[in-house]
Design a protein around this ligand. Structure first.
Ligand code: FAD
Length: 417
């Protein structure tokens, strides 16, 4: 098809774009990725889930990731008012991966897209896609380079992997208000200085504010003594802790005993950053000549580190379908892409809702969980949110409500510690 600029044009070189591009290039298609930034660039989404290792492998990117020297992750530790609990991915049943990594995304994303170029993907950095023109046969997009030069590019299929850029959702009015309440995150990177021998760097640490159930912290250790540190909550709740972001950050970190102890000697490596209203939803994730991947479609919440896993799953669901389309087959995008993708997103959403209304903390901190249920929950939190054999995937809300009740959670106490 010499009359097109590529078989597939992909907007964005984050994990979703890189994985879809790598898969399609390995299958022999001409793929071009258009990326607004220059890499390496900072990005949130540093704690991965074991399930995403399968998709990295299918995209031909896992070897490269395994050579990255990243901090291993085999679970998550939780703390609230001095009590500790862990979710260990090595507990989960079934043949799935039991570990993954905690990664600095500047390095990780550069590594992924570099590996994709090694497989034949063409990438342009510093170009912004400003318009999309859907079409069953010859979809097009408009892109602007750093000098303001505009060009229209033609392909046989478009994939939007623009993350929060949400190019297609915005241009085609597919954006919908998300179901989750708006929240705010304050975050930075630190040289963590942690010397506590009991601290397990192979797990992220999620801490809940001792008095405000809706405010929680992440500590994601990296290799090399660095870590990502953040605090999340309802914007009004965070605002009560100080007049400036800096004052809130200090007050909130001082309030949590475990983090205060661990991070006594920590030094900040980046300026404090903040982000608000990051949850996103879209009314549809495919249309004439296009599909929407990862955060460009939907984003839930950072608490269970599902973002990159969903982004990679969307890429690996879409890429083989794009190939079939390009080979002249009819593809039912609703049945083969959007419905299965949304099923996993719905599982994670049920878990996120149960986190904020107190059901999941009641389960996680309960001292005597039956081992079989702990394993099933552990599997979802490892990212196996599409495994219909797991009762917590088939009916997450009902199962979590019933189990939380057994763990002493009362609906009247929702949202309180
Ligand atoms: P991105 O990684 O955002 O990549 C999109 C790319 O598209 C970017 O490089 C961008 O420059 C480019 N782009 C945007 N607009 C345009 C345009 N118009 N033209 C060309 N290029 C464009 N996820 C996890 O898995 N684990 C976590 O621990 C985690 N923590 C998080 C904490 C917070 C506070 C937030 C908000 C998110 C977190 N996430 C986490 C989510 C994670 O950041 C995303 O899910 C993930 O980065 C999505 O990958 P993606 O490939 O869809 O998009």
């Amino acid at each position: 098809h010499p009359d097109t600029d590529a078989d597939v044009l992909i907007i964005g070189a984050g994990p979703a774009g890189a994985a879809a591009a790598a898969w399609l290039a390995r299958a022999g298609y001409r793929v071009r990725v258009l990326e607004r930034d220059h890499f390496p660039r900072f990005c949130l989404g540093e704690s991965l889930l074991p399930a995403c290792m399968e998709d990295l492998s299918r995209a031909g990117l896992l070897d490269s990731v395994q050579r990255g020297g990243y901090q291993v992750k085999d679970g998550a530790a939780f703390t609230r008012r001095g009590r500790e609990a862990t979710v260990d991915f090595r507990d989960q049943p079934g043949p799935g991966w039991r570990h993954t990594y905690q990664v600095e995304r500047a390095d990780f994303d550069q590594r992924l897209i570099h590996a994709a170029t090694g497989q034949g993907v063409e990438v342009e950095f510093g170009v912004t896609v400003t318009e999309v023109h859907p079409d069953h046969r010859r979809p097009r997009l408009t892109r602007v380079d750093q000098h303001g030069r505009t060009r229209v590019l033609t392909a046989r299929f478009l994939l939007d992997a623009s993350g929060p850029g949400r190019v297609i959702a915005r241009r085609l009015s597919l954006a919908r208000p998300p179901r989750l309440a708006p929240r705010q995150a304050l975050f930075s990177h630190v040289d963590d200085g942690i010397r506590d021998a009991a601290f397990d760097r192979d797990k992220i640490l999620i801490a809940i504010h001792p008095r405000e159930a809706g405010v929680w912290y992440w500590l994601i250790p990296f290799s090399g003594g660095r870590a990502s540190l953040g605090v999340v909550g309802d914007p009004a709740a965070l605002a009560r802790h100080g007049d400036t972001a800096e004052a809130r950050w200090q007050a909130l970190l001082d309030a949590e005993p475990r983090l205060r102890g661990l991070l006594r000697d920590a030094r900040r490596r980046r300026p404090l950053d903040e982000l608000q209203g990051y949850a996103a939803a879209a009314s549809r994730l495919h249309g004439p000549g296009y599909a929407v991947l990862g955060n460009a479609g939907e984003f839930l919440d950072p608490v269970f580190s599902s973002g990159v896993t969903i982004a990679l799953r969307s890429a690996l669901l879409a890429a083989p379908l794009v190939a079939r389309r390009l080979d002249g087959e009819a593809v039912d995008w609703a049945a083969a892409f959007e419905t299965p993708l949304r099923r996993g997103i719905a599982t994670f959403r049920a878990f996120v809702e149960a986190w904020y209304d107190g059901r999941l903390p009641a389960i996680i901190f309960h001292p005597r969980q039956p081992a079989s249920l702990r394993r099933q929950i552990s599997a979802v939190l490892a990212g196996y949110a599409w495994d219909r054999d797991n009762p917590f995937v088939r009916a997450p809300n009902r199962r979590l409500t019933a189990l939380a009740r057994l763990c002493g959670h009362r609906p009247s106490a929702e949202g309180t510690p």
